[in-house]
Design a protein around this ligand. Structure first.
Ligand SMILES: [Zn+2]
Length: 242
């Protein structure tokens, strides 16, 4: 199958598009559809999959998960109505309230990266889990136990400041040569050739990221650091939004 065109990369705020069915698979848990293009964000990069709908005359697939497998997005869910056939023209639509929540959670993770540097802990980020059920970010570097409470308070204050100041989230394509100068999880998943999508929050240099984001940093609402704890030589920060 040809790679699915990932419309969310080109037009991050587009919620609906027409598409064509390329493959239909009946699986034990439900139906799996491959489309030529999609607005749904497939699970990855620490962000949970979008939910949404694929619709045509006489059929609706309530998509519970989208996954990117070898460049192809598989939409899995529950079918109502007639089983679609390859070639069928459909509308694909994102569940907007959930997309907003996922974008707020993801952007908040980037904001914590900026806040960590702001409070004098410029540790390299090693992991981000921006799912609604207990989001956290992790950094290579530890804060001594007796300073963790004050670091947590400082982080909260810095997040308040950044959110109140507000600023547009910038998304652009960067050439591979630019990447070494950028912070974040650069070496982990960045392709070696071709441009990489780079997301910049709060005027920072930016980091490679394929996820979905808010337009303005005010949108996550008040960010809160729930827990700051050491984990081996790492620091894990659990957080909440809004
Ligand atoms: Zn990101």
């Amino acid at each position: 199958l040809p790679p699915t065109r990932l419309l969310y990369l080109e037009e991050p705020f587009r919620l609906e598009a027409s598409a064509r069915v390329l493959e239909v698979r009946q699986e034990a848990e439900g139906l799996c559809l491959v489309l030529d293009r999609t607005v749904l964000y497939p699970q990855g990069g620490g962000q949970i999959s979008d939910r949404g709908r694929v619709e045509a005359c006489g059929m609706t697939l309530d998509v519970v998960q989208a996954r990117l497998v070898d460049g192809v997005v598989e939409h899995r869910g529950d079918l109502t109505g007639e089983r679609p056939s390859p070639g069928l023209e459909v509308r694909v639509r994102v569940n907007e309230p959930l997309r907003r929540l996922h974008s707020r959670l993801h952007s908040a993770g980037h904001l914590i990266d900026v806040a960590m540097r702001g409070i004098g802990c410029p540790f390299p980020p090693t992991r981000g889990y921006h799912f609604p059920d207990g989001p956290y970010v992790e950094y290579a570097g530890s804060i001594v136990p007796e300073k963790r409470d004050s670091a947590r308070a400082a982080l909260d204050a810095e997040l308040d400041r950044l959110i109140a100041a507000g600023s547009e989230v910038q998304v652009r394509m960067a050439e591979p040569a630019e990447l070494p100068a950028l912070r974040g999880l650069v070496s982990a998943g960045a392709p070696k050739s071709g441009p990489t999508r780079v997301v910049t929050v709060a005027g920072e240099l930016g980091c490679p990221c394929g996820g979905t984001h808010v337009r303005n940093l005010r949108e996550p609402g008040r960010g809160r650091v729930l827990k700051l704890r050491g984990k081996g030589g790492n620091t894990r920060i659990s957080y909440a939004v809004g």
